[in-house]
Ligand binder design. Sequence first.
Ligand code: PLP
Length: 419
Amino acid sequence: MPEFSDIGRKLSAKSGILELMDDLGMAMTTHPDMRMLGGGNPAAIPEMQAVWRERLGELTTSGEMDRVLVNYDPPQGSPAFCEAVAGALKAEFGWDISSKNVAITTGGQTAFFYLFNLLAGERAGKKRRILIPLMPEYIGYANQGMSEDFFVSHPALVEETGPYEFKYHVDFENLDIGDDIAAICASRPTNPSGNTLTDDEVQKLAVLAEQKGIPLIIDNAYGLPFPGAIFSEATPVWNEQIILTLSLSKIGLPGTRTGIVIASEEICRAIASMTAVMGLANTNIGQAIARPLIESRELFRLSRDVVKPFYEERSARAREIVREAFGDDVPWSIHRSEGAFFLWFRFPGLPVSTMELYRRLKERGVLVIPGEYFFFGLPEGENWSHQHECMRVTFSQSENVVREGIAIIADEVKSIFKS
Ligand code: PLP
């Protein structure tokens, strides 16, 4: 057996989420009737699929497809695509950006691997970390740091906003940004909770980042101007201190692996260098499909008029179904649905772990994601009961699947509380 290096071991190690994703994948293949309420896939929205098909047809008939397939792009991304992104964002939001402020990666996930390890880790004998100001956060970040203790996370403040509903806030009073912090990072809207940081919270984080001379990274995978899966008032922001990431995944093109980083020229050049080292160039088909739609801002319109209403409606239906299925027999609530594709449940005082709840639900043909995975980087010994009471359920599936799945979840949770 070859001996792996420290980094080799870290990158190839079994992570909880890898095991869980394997388990989910196996369950789906061995059990075709499984109700998949676990994934982060976008829904197959017919209007959007028609747009992709039309674009693929145009690329083929115009001969552009031949050029796309046979050429490597420059590592920073297709120049025409970067121009289109910069021009459209400038026109839409008035940001002072050019194509030099745009860098493409093979999906948003890769952008985070690059950004985190570019900014945090060992530097001049000192350890620098990524601060997560509001925990729970996206599980995909958790294993990306190339050194130990990579994240410093702060538990959210939990506000009860109504019967059966809560909302997270950043706990600014206890948000201590030490000299070891290399960057602040938050997804907006947030996977898993569907929370959307308010404009005021983003403004405060931006000021804190500026005072410390560190970047604020905003993960806009579900946000504006595309895919627009955001249901509360939220103004997109960018300046040289902010690194904003976008992706073509949640609008319907996850298979093209296209991430977009909007940042200072220095950061974008660094991302391009990392792309060259890691993979020479990026996947270019997503850029080719989306370029004219971004140039004309038609993708922004489709996000507003098609994608957002689609997910908002799915979220509202799912919440109705939940209210009917759970009634008031057991303690339950869900995070206010302000964006993304998920309902984030909380069962205060749940007598079993959410991993156990996951196993029992899988037995009964429903796949969810146990909440514990979304709490990482909390101080050692931190025993926040909240992290053992939550569960993520996707509402992007068809109403039937969501209805059947939620009925089973409600039944199982009730029987756990009663036993
Ligand atoms: N950020 C968030 C919050 C996500 O939920 C995801 C995917 O689920 C990503 C980033 C990465 O997506 P992709 O690599 O497909 O762009």
